[in-house]
Ligand binder design. Structure first.
Ligand code: UDX
Length: 461
């Protein structure tokens, strides 16, 4: 089943048409979570788009108007843009030379964490720009959207100046959230344009003419600032989550309730309630690796002291996972051996099938390694989770996961888990233990149904 958050329910762009209907020939390199959404949205904004990726399976899906991963609103948007209903058009290719006549090419490839290090691996970004330098037929603007260590754009600009002086570089970071990627791309909070010339700025303003006309603010910056905006934003968000999770630790020690605390401090406009949900912490393909890469880069720049606090942000986050494993073991009576654990959720957050650095998988795997029989369920992420960690049992059927369980762990707050009827759950489980890893369940009905309810940073009574 699919759950579409209200903000992503409609993919029809609410944006006005660009003045004069200025169509830009746009290329997109890398069609992952970021690139596939960006390419489809550029077509929705009226441009003539060519999307490039080396993964033929992904391209085959996109060509047929199917999304190669779960993202609310993307299937409808792809159907529109491949079906000729959008103002622009889109084609897909595995040959980078098909981008040669594009006016603007966005590079959206990944920058994963390097194995055994904190730093980001920028090999794919470097390779993408080098292959574009080789194939582009005339003057064009190459635009980096990937999250990169500060200084990467300046280095790439030097490469372009040497190899293809007709090509100009811009850095235009992307702030989309999985689960809201389509609306975040069509109507973002802001555009950050890292450019060296007015010509580059005006090219990007042409591409984004419709959202700019609709009021999206534009900030023009140098390369370094544009790169830093993205890592700073993610570091801030990670810090905010770890702050409230640190408060959860203190609440656990002092007998306080972190949810009430978050509501109370969140009423202060200067603090705000968003990203103050305490629980198993942050995961995914961005926040964990981006704060680590940021620390590594600061170290290279001799500014490591400025970011040592991020080490603590990372540790607080990882401690929450260990805490849930401890709570689950306790709920099993001190040992996982011979116990069945039902894990509700595998994705790193709801409305996503992404399991990269998912707290849910990390906790499930720990319980399994310590001897539990762990059954994981998720409405969208089972296939991806199975590929990542085959030693767990998976089902898409919530009842099947719950049947015979000694302990129920809610680790991803999909609405169907938040809305579970505790009496129904009690009719399936062997034990009466529930651990709410996201602080989203209403404790009273669970307790009324006979469950011992435990959550993070909240009183047990
Ligand atoms: C993040 C940034 O939000 C986005 O701007 C950037 O472009 C990419 O990285 P995303 O990875 O899609 O986006 O997820 P996000 O919604 O930020 O959530 C990250 C993690 O934090 C999830 O695991 C989520 O469950 C967790 N989280 C979020 C909390 O634990 N508590 C909160 O209050 C909010």
């Amino acid at each position: 089943m699919t759950n579409t958050p209200p903000s992503a329910a409609s993919t029809t762009s609410p944006l006005p048409h660009s003045p004069g209907g200025d169509v830009v020939k746009v290329g997109v390199v890398g069609l992952g979570y970021l690139g596939a959404v960006h390419a489809a949205c550029m077509a929705e904004l009226g441009h003539e788009v060519v999307g490039f990726d080396i993964d033929e399976r992904k391209l085959a899906a996109l060509q047929q108007g199917r999304a190669p991963f779960f993202e609310p609103g993307l299937p409808e948007l792809l159907a529109r843009v491949t079906g000729g209903e959008a103002d622009g058009s889109i084609t897909f290719t595995t040959d980078v030379a098909d981008l040669k006549s594009c006016e603007v090419v966005f590079v959206c490839v990944g920058t994963p964490q390097r194995k055994g290090e904190l730093a980001a691996d920028t090999t794919y970004v470097q390779a993408a720009f080098e292959s574009l330098a080789d194939v582009m037929a005339g003057p064009a603007l190459l635009v980096g959207k990937s999250t990169v260590p500060v200084g990467t754009a300046a280095r790439l600009a030097d490469v372009l100046a040497d190899r293809a002086p007709d090509l100009e570089l811009a850095w235009n970071p992307e702030f989309l959230r999985e689960g809201h990627a389509v609306t975040d791309t069509l109507t973002p909070d802001r555009f950050v344009l890292g450019v060296l010339s007015e010509r580059a700025e005006s090219q990007l303003r042409r591409v984004y003419a419709r959202p700019i006309a609709a009021g999206t603010p534009v900030l023009v910056a140098d390369y370094a600032t544009a790169e830093l905006v993205k890592t700073a934003a993610n570091a801030f968000l990670a810090t905010k989550i770890s702050f409230i999770n640190a408060m959860a630790e203190v609440c656990e020690a002092a007998g306080g309730d972190v949810k009430v605390l978050a509501d109370a401090i969140g009423h202060d406009d200067r603090i705000g309630r968003k990203f103050l949900n305490a629980g198993v912490g942050f995961g995914g393909g961005c926040l964990p690796k981006d704060i680590r890469a940021f620390m590594a880069r600061a170290g290279e720049l001799g500014a490591d002291q400025a970011l040592t606090f991020l080490r603590e942000v990372d540790s607080i986050n990882m401690r929450r996972r260990a805490k849930v494993v401890d709570l689950a073991r306790e709920a099993c009576g001190g040992s996982f051996i011979g116990r069945k654990i039902a894990v509700l959720g595998a994705a790193f957050k709801p409305h996503s099938d992404d399991v990269r650095d998912s707290p849910a998988i990390s906790i499930a795997a720990q319980a399994r390694l310590q001897g539990a029989d762990v059954v994981v369920t998720d409405p969208e992420a089972v296939a991806n989770a199975q590929r990542l960690w085959g030693d767990l049992t998976y089902t898409e059927d919530t009842d099947e996961a719950l049947r015979g369980a000694d302990v129920v762990l809610l680790l991803t707050e999909w609405p169907q888990y938040v809305g579970l009827d505790p009496t129904h759950v009690a009719s399936l489980t062997r034990g009466r233990q529930v651990i709410d890893g996201r602080n989203v369940l209403d404790a009273a009905p669970w307790r009324a149904a006979g469950f011992t309810y435990r959550a993070l940073g909240r009183p047990n009574a």
